[in-house]
Design a protein around this ligand. Structure first.
Ligand SMILES: [Zn+2]
Ligand SMILES: [Zn+2]
Length: 254
């Protein structure tokens, strides 16, 4: 399978609107980060984790033409605000399956009520089929088994996902010891690292590196990055062996 990094930025993206910060003005394409999401695909599968406000642009840039499912990590706008833009996929394929925690489903129903409308639905509105993700219960998309990993984003529960020997965790601040069992023998771990300064609901760089050392995957990629972390080129040089900063449009094989 391939993992395509659709976006690797924190909630405001990089550049931040109106910012004069040197990273926001960088000429390096790797310093331009859309809101965080990945596209996971092979000849038989094609799904995304999260669907933020840059979803439309990400689908156009990546060339994704089929969407089997959206797996949501949590309800924050940088992970969900693009849901309306599933319309071209819906028009071609019909209802789009979404997978999320019950709390996240309720949140989406409130914010995108017209998508979930059954009677008197506006003809141009997309539809979804809803699948609840339950802690400690794996599920399948096509032939792929997905294992939800429960992590904490401050006080908010968030799901990460393991697929084969690949795991994707974002917006993590702490992780219960019981979940570490599900992260054994990983080839690739993707995890959030916001900046060097501590933050109340996200790993900073040091916390992310400590977590990587604990999980001990073969390779790791950092994502959900703030402009405050610094220039891609400079930060990458400081990272331990087999740890990489992800960047938008990077594609890796798993
Ligand atoms: Zn986020
Ligand atoms: Zn969040």
């Amino acid at each position: 399978m391939k993992v395509y990094f659709l976006g690797t930025g924190t909630s405001q993206g990089i550049p931040v609107i109106g910012s004069h910060h040197s990273v926001c003005k960088s000429k390096d394409d790797r310093d331009k980060r859309l809101r965080v999401s990945v596209w996971i695909y092979d000849e038989n599968h094609s799904f995304v984790i999260d669907c933020g406000p840059d979803f439309r642009q990400q689908m156009l840039t990546s060339g994704c033409t089929k969407l089997d499912a959206i797996l949501f990590t949590h309800e924050h706008a940088d992970h969900t605000a693009g849901l309306d833009d599933i319309r071209p996929f819906f028009f071609k394929q019909g209802d789009i399956p979404i997978y999320a925690h019950q709390r996240v489903i309720q949140n989406l129903k409130k914010r995108f009520d017209y998508i979930f409308e059954i009677e008197n639905k506006y003809p141009g509105a997309p539809s979804v089929t809803v699948n609840e993700v339950i802690h400690n219960r794996s599920f399948s998309i096509g032939k792929k088994t997905i294992i939800p990993i429960q992590v904490m984003h401050g006080n908010l529960q968030v799901f990460g996902y393991r697929i084969d020997n690949f795991a994707y965790l974002t917006d993590v601040k702490t992780i219960p010891n019981s979940e570490l069992e599900k992260l054994k023998n990983l080839d690739i771990l993707v995890v959030n690292a916001l900046r060097e300064e501590p933050h109340s609901t996200h790993f900073n760089l040091e916390e992310a590196l400590n977590f990587i050392a604990l999980v001990n995957p073969k390779q790791s990629y950092l994502t959900h990055i703030s402009h405050l972390l610094g220039f891609h080129e400079e930060v990458q040089q400081k990272l331990p062996k087999n740890v990489y900063l992800a960047y938008d449009n990077l594609e890796i094989s798993i």
